[in-house]
Ligand binder design. Structure first.
Ligand code: UDP
Length: 324
């Protein structure tokens, strides 16, 4: 049985669907603070909080957990700067609690949702796993702290883990059962889609004076199904090799904010208002992954390489959701 912590959220719910399709038994653990009960369509469900040891323990008592995938975290950079305590409690303390219960129950395999935000401002593009990790905000810092904790727990307790450092997750389940639904929404792609569907009056571009080809930030958008797939490859690697490691997950291609907006315009065949505003604090100009290591070691290969196809899946999910 695979325990999916945060399995009611965006990436965790896609991992749950894929794991189930591949024949794994799953149980989701989620406090539903940011996740959605209706995203838990597969496997069992334990409602609980990572700050409540008894709730975590009771889930481990009810299910024979063999491995844990940990998606549950607050992940908004700006919020983490304004409310760091919330981030250290949830992302650090919550994870320490989870690791403690795993130890109590002798569970040794852990797949951790880490992030390119652990690298901070890139010194070199594309970013590979050996790039210095110098986070520039509390969100990235909380993720890096857990990466360091995991290294020590491996040495002391034999916990085997994989850190998966995501770049920009995007897109939705192509069958339209689940997708990206955040409250409040702060991510570029769902906001552009909302503007194109007339649900928001405009989309704001945060910064047009970056040293990039069109002045806007460049990001590496990776489809959520490809991220989910990497978790399964990582699990197989842990089971076969019993060796801890870290991998970047991105497509290796960068797209600017303007390119994302233009692609949505093309797919939606609708015009909408675009407002150019100042930079958002803490945004590096360019983030592009080198995912060669994941491809070579995990035999992972993204299926959705083209931005238009990625955005199409997101567009279709929002369209379906709104017509319900
Ligand atoms: N962005 C923007 N307008 C928005 C939201 C985001 O211009 O309303 C930009 C943001 O500054 C960044 C890129 O889009 O350069 C991706 O931001 P997002 O919040 O989606 O992901 P992040 O890169 O922060 O993980």
């Amino acid at each position: 049985m695979i325990l999916i912590v945060g399995g009611a959220g965006y990436i965790g719910s896609h991992a749950n669907k894929l794991l189930t399709q591949k024949g794994f038994e799953t149980v989701v653990y989620d406090n539903l603070s940011r996740g959605h009960r209706d995203f838990v369509k597969w496997g069992d469900f334990c409602e609980g909080d990572l700050l409540n040891m008894q709730q975590i323990r009771s889930c481990f008592e009810s299910y024979r957990v063999e491995a844990v995938m940990h998606f549950s975290a607050f992940c908004l950079v700006e919020e983490s700067v304004q409310q760091p305590e919330k981030y250290y409690l949830n992302n650090v303390m919550g994870t320490l609690n989870l690791l403690q219960i795993m130890r109590e129950f002798g569970v040794k395999h852990f797949i951790f949702s880490s992030t390119c935000a652990t690298y901070g401002f890139p010194e070199k593009i594309p970013i590979s796993e050996d790039h210095p990790q110098l986070p520039i905000n509390p969100y990235g810092q909380t993720k890096l702290i857990i990466e360091q904790v995991l290294k020590d727990y491996d040495r002391a307790y034999g916990l085997k883990y994989i850190n998966l450092r995501y770049f920009n997750a995007a897109g939705a389940d192509p069958e339209g059962e689940i997708g990206e639904r955040h409250h409040p929404e702060t991510h570029l792609l769902p906001l552009v889609i909302s503007a194109a569907m007339g649900l928001k009056p405009e989309i704001k571009i945060f910064g047009t004076d970056y040293p990039t080809r069109d002045g806007t930030c460049i990001r590496d958008y990776i489809h959520v199904i490809d991220l989910a797939d990497a978790h399964i490859q990582a699990l197989q690697y842990l089971v076969n090799q019993n060796q801890s490691d870290s991998f970047n997950l991105g497509n290796g291609t960068g797209h600017s904010v303007r390119e994302v907006i233009e692609t949505v315009r093309k797919i939606g065949k609708r015009d909408f208002k675009v407002v150019e505003t100042g930079r958002r604090e803490g945004d590096p100009p360019v983030l592009i992954s080198s995912s060669r290591k994941a491809m070579e070691t995990l035999k992972w290969k993204p299926q959705y390489e083209d931005l238009e196809t990625i955005i199409e899946t997101a567009w279709n999910w929002h369209k379906k959701r709104l017509s319900l």
